[in-house]
Design a protein around this ligand. Structure first.
Ligand code: NAD
Length: 495
């Protein structure tokens, strides 16, 4: 069978990169070559931005309820194609099928939620200080949105950006991660099947350099909506600042589960396994620190470690598999380096810590054993840096105050969890934990799309995605005063 060659989607037509270059897309579980995608350069990106710019002039005038209806149809199409989207995602990036279905479901939820916003998109009106005058605040679209997305939620994250952007009347250029181009392509196909006019969403493939970089340099892009690593995000912010562009950043995490001495330990074990080893630890909300009270640490680990050791590694398409591969060989090497670093820092490797060599068709896959360190000190690099793999560091504490202090003491601030039966402890944690998301008696992952999503400190730049807050990035406030007094009235001056 010949390997398929895919194309960019610009102004309603499929087209190769102008220079004809391509890059390969591989299955991380098997090494199978899935396809070739255009390695887009600056001229391709400029064409995509020009198409989006031109389409903006008509799309912004489509009534918002009609824009919402298209999103609603996208939700229906995604529901109809959920299984094939999920399977294609698992082949492309490895997460187990159950989680891939969840990833698509997040997109479906976002389609319906933002589709509904077509009939809300609420501004507001409040009283004005002068007689015979009104004031209303409206949400206007901003223009062209550049969406740059990572590989770990290849359907969900593009929908979190594109759907609020579209319902608000903006047009889009999407550059998905080079490890997950196919999922983005399938999504964009459904958008057009749902009736999106040409040029409203444009898709360009390619790596950070040159493709993503070229998108940052476009003067006709009004907003950059970026999700990825903190390192790349900082660069995106600097480039955006140079051109005074609006930029929204969703970046890394170093999320913790706190287990107090009164916690339901069996419940905590379930939450830790799901948060730390689900998606092979490759979620921005993955738990990579376990902050546990000394009084229950031994008992907790006695329950947790055997469960970790029984997790089944393999091809995510196999329904019995718990943990899929790491996305690529570079990331596998990074995860393994952190194991060596943890040992060099003096932490104790309890289990895992090795590349897993699986047999048969999985011999070419990037697998890593679920890993756990104890004796980790808060200042160690394995307790501070995002590893983005199946590695969990255990930090021992003696009080709630210490747990909160350790939890807050990283440069990231995305998600935290606390297991306790004590309502006072839960309330104190709610008040004092400084992450954007907090779970009480549940693990660090599981955000729902109707709430704001994002984090503090190095996890972002203060914006939120999803929920009503997700619309703030993609809209500009416009205030309209209407004076029907028939005379000049002076605010702040007239009595
Ligand atoms: P990454 O930063 O390597 O890449 C993200 C995207 O940026 C990709 O599309 C990539 O091609 C592009 N890119 C890279 N260099 C660029 C450049 N110079 N200019 C423009 N674009 C460039 O991140 P990744 O490895 O794909 O994703 C993993 C990271 O994403 C982790 O740090 C994870 O925590 C983070 N993440 C955050 C969230 C969140 O909502 N906070 C969600 C998912 C993932």
């Amino acid at each position: 069978m010949t390997t398929p060659v895919f194309q960019n989607y610009i102004d309603g037509t499929w087209q190769p990169a102008h220079n004809g270059q391509t890059f390969p897309n591989h299955n991380p579980a098997t090494g199978e070559l899935l396809g070739h995608f255009p390695l887009s350069a600056a001229s391709d990106v400029t064409a995509a931005v020009s198409a989006a710019r031109a389409a903006f002039e008509t799309w912004r005038l489509v009534p918002a309820p009609k824009r919402g209806e298209i999103l609603y149809r996208v939700g229906e199409l995604m529901t109809r194609h959920k299984e094939e989207l999920a399977r294609s995602m698992t082949r492309e990036m490895g997460k187990v099928l159950q989680e891939a279905r969840g990833d698509v479901q997040e997109g479906i939820d976002m389609a319906y939620y933002m589709g509904g916003e077509g009939r809300r998109l609420a501004g507001y009106t409040v009283p004005v200080e002068l007689p015979n005058k009104t004031g209303i605040a409206l949400r206007d679209p901003v223009g062209v949105v550049a969406c740059i997305t990572p590989w770990n939620f290849p359907i969900a994250i593009p929908t979190w950006k594109m759907f609020p952007a579209l319902v608000a009347g903006n047009t889009v250029v999407l550059k998905p991660a080079e490890d997950t181009p196919l999922s983005a392509l399938c999504l964009v196909e459904l958008l057009y099947e749902a009736g999106l006019p040409r040029g409203v969403v444009n898709l360009v493939f390619g790596p950070g350099k040159p493709t993503g970089e070229a998108l940052l340099q476009q003067s006709h892009v009004d907003i950059i909506s970026f999700t990825g690593s903190t390192e790349t995000g900082r660069h995106v912010a600097v480039e955006a600042a140079r051109m005074l562009k609006r930029v929204s950043l969703e970046l890394g995490g170093k999320n913790a589960v706190i287990v107090m001495d009164d916690a339901d330990l069996d419940l905590a074990v379930e939450g830790i396994l799901w948060s730390a080893y689900g998606t092979t630890g490759q979620r921005c909300t993955a738990c990579s620190r376990l902050i546990v009270h000394r009084a229950v640490q031994e008992k907790l680990l006695a329950k947790l470690v055997p469960r970790m050791q029984s997790l089944r590694l393999g091809n995510g398409l196999d329904e019995d598999v718990d943990v899929g591969p790491i996305i690529n060989a570079k990331q596998l090497a990074k995860v393994h380096n952190y194991t060596a670093l943890g040992q060099a820092e003096g932490a104790t490797l309890v289990t895992g810590g090795a590349v897993a060599h699986l047999a048969g068709e999985l011999a070419g896959g990037n697998f890593y054993e679920p890993t756990l360190f104890t004796g980790v000190q808060p200042e160690m690099r394995i307790a501070q840096e995002e590893i983005f793999g199946p590695t969990l560091s255990v930090l021992t504490i003696d009080s709630l105050a210490e747990a909160i202090q350790v939890n807050n003491n990283t440069k990231y601030g995305l998600s935290s969890a606390i297991y306790t039966q004590n309502i006072n402890a839960a309330q104190r944690a709610t008040r004092d934990i400084t992450t954007g998301i907090l779970y009480i008696n549940a693990g660090t992952t599981g955000a729902e799309i109707q709430f704001p999503f994002g984090g503090t400190r190095g996890t972002g730049n203060g914006h939120r995605e999803a929920g009503i807050a997700g619309l703030d990035v993609f809209t500009e406030w416009k205030v309209v005063y209407t004076d029907y007094s028939g005379k000049l009235q002076k605010a702040q001056i007239e009595e």
